[in-house]
Design a protein around this ligand. Structure first.
Ligand SMILES: O=C(O)CCC(=O)C(=O)O
Ligand SMILES: [Fe+2]
Length: 374
């Protein structure tokens, strides 16, 4: 073991490894990803290919991030301005003093769509959406590709303050083809330090405790591992690409789905001017003279959830930054998009090794308020 450690130290000290890992980005950019063909059930499509490319792709993400670190926003530092302030205040209050009253105050911020099953809440600020999108847009392989295509323009990387990653990415799920997976361990996923850490903190500090509060019947003090793992991915609908999602349930105990459509901040002057250039945006984009703020509007593309009691469909339309939290089990679908595009970040929570438990725990076994917010 000591010999191995020493060897690792020797190579990382030497210039050799730097050159080697510099090579990874160049190599990864030359990889021709397999054509996505399945419109349904494609979760494992080309699994072997992504397995073979895993090492070079992971090294490429690391190398790219080392180069871009100073030009992309620091999500961890901006954390407070990214989250809705009413939510942050109520979470802080219940964390400091985990009483049922404080949890009730927090719970009041959530609007039920289907009782005990589906809730909505404003989660990210316009600024928060913008900062996350700055990361995801440059990481997203197919997004940039399509923009490039539609505008018939040559992408001038040199004039862009942030270099697009250009690293091939794997489809996020069986029915949607154009999003990305964000995960440090999955083959073909986007994975670099800043986005991994931000995602982990979002899950640990907000998504998991909030879900435990909204769906207390699903977590047991005897089985804290039931919601310990997560899977994060983006989805994107566009009238010429993926337009809808058929009715399904998720392989999750609970899911959070956050809209990431851009909207100008109220105080436009505080906008970061080192943003990714939007010169290639499609026609629904509006430019503000001084701040190059962007609005992405779309028509259609609402979700419906099937109420398990009444069997009626309950519809939800997203606004930028808004989140829907729901039990994975509840059936839901996305209706066709008619115009514009919709960007969402979806995070599934489930148990160890992907285990999804559907049963409900008896009252006495459930987590207490203090345990949820510990
Ligand atoms: O279109 C949406 O926002 C829903 C996405 C979804 O349900 C899923 O990816 O599992
Ligand atoms: Fe889903």
């Amino acid at each position: 073991q000591n010999v191995l450690q020493q060897q690792q130290k020797d190579t990382s000290d030497s210039k050799g490894i730097q050159e080697n890992s510099r090579g990874a980005l160049e190599k990864a950019r030359k990889i021709q990803p397999p054509t996505i063909s399945l419109m349904e059930g494609g979760e494992y499509e080309h699994g072997e290919f992504w397995g073979e490319q895993d090492a070079v792709i992971k090294a490429a993400w690391e190398e790219w991030w080392n180069q871009q670190e100073t030009s992309l926003p620091n999500l961890l530092k901006a954390k407070n301005e990214m989250m809705d302030s009413a939510l942050v205040r109520a979470v802080q209050q219940v964390r400091q003093n985990p009483t049922e009253e404080n949890e009730d105050q927090l719970q009041k911020l959530f609007q039920p769509i289907v009782a005990n099953q589906v809730y909505q809440i404003p989660l990210l600020t316009p600024r928060g959406v913008q900062l996350v999108r700055q990361h995801l847009d440059v990481a997203s392989y197919y997004y940039n590709d399509r923009k490039h295509h539609n505008n018939n323009q040559t992408q001038d990387n040199n004039s862009s303050p942030v270099e697009k990653a250009g690293i091939p990415t794997r489809r996020p799920n069986g029915m949607n083809r154009y999003g990305i997976i964000i995960d440090p361990s999955i083959e073909g996923a986007v994975s670099y330090a800043e986005i991994n850490k931000w995602m982990q903190e979002l899950v640990d500090e907000f998504v998991r405790p909030l879900s435990r509060m909204l769906f207390p019947q699903l977590t047991s003090r005897n089985h804290p591992e039931d919601d310990c793992e997560s899977y994060a991915f983006t989805i994107r609908y566009h009238p010429e690409e993926d337009m809808e999602l058929k009715e399904h349930s998720d392989a999750s105990v609970y899911t959070i789905n956050i809209n990431l459509n851009l909207v100008p901040e109220k105080n436009g002057s505080s906008l970061d001017t080192t943003t990714v250039q939007n010169s290639n945006e499609h026609s629904t984009t509006h430019h503000d003279q001084s701040t190059s703020t962007t609005t992405e509007q779309y028509e259609g593309s609402s979700l419906y959830f099937v109420d398990p009691v009444t069997e009626s469909q309950q519809h939800v339309s997203f606004s930028p930054g808004m989140a829907v939290l729901h039990r994975g089990l509840i059936r839901h679908a996305a209706l066709p998009i008619e115009e514009g595009e919709r960007h969402n970040l979806v995070i599934w929570l489930f148990g160890q090794h992907g285990y999804v438990r559907f049963g409900e725990y008896p009252k006495l076994e459930r987590l207490t308020v203090a345990e949820r917010w510990a």
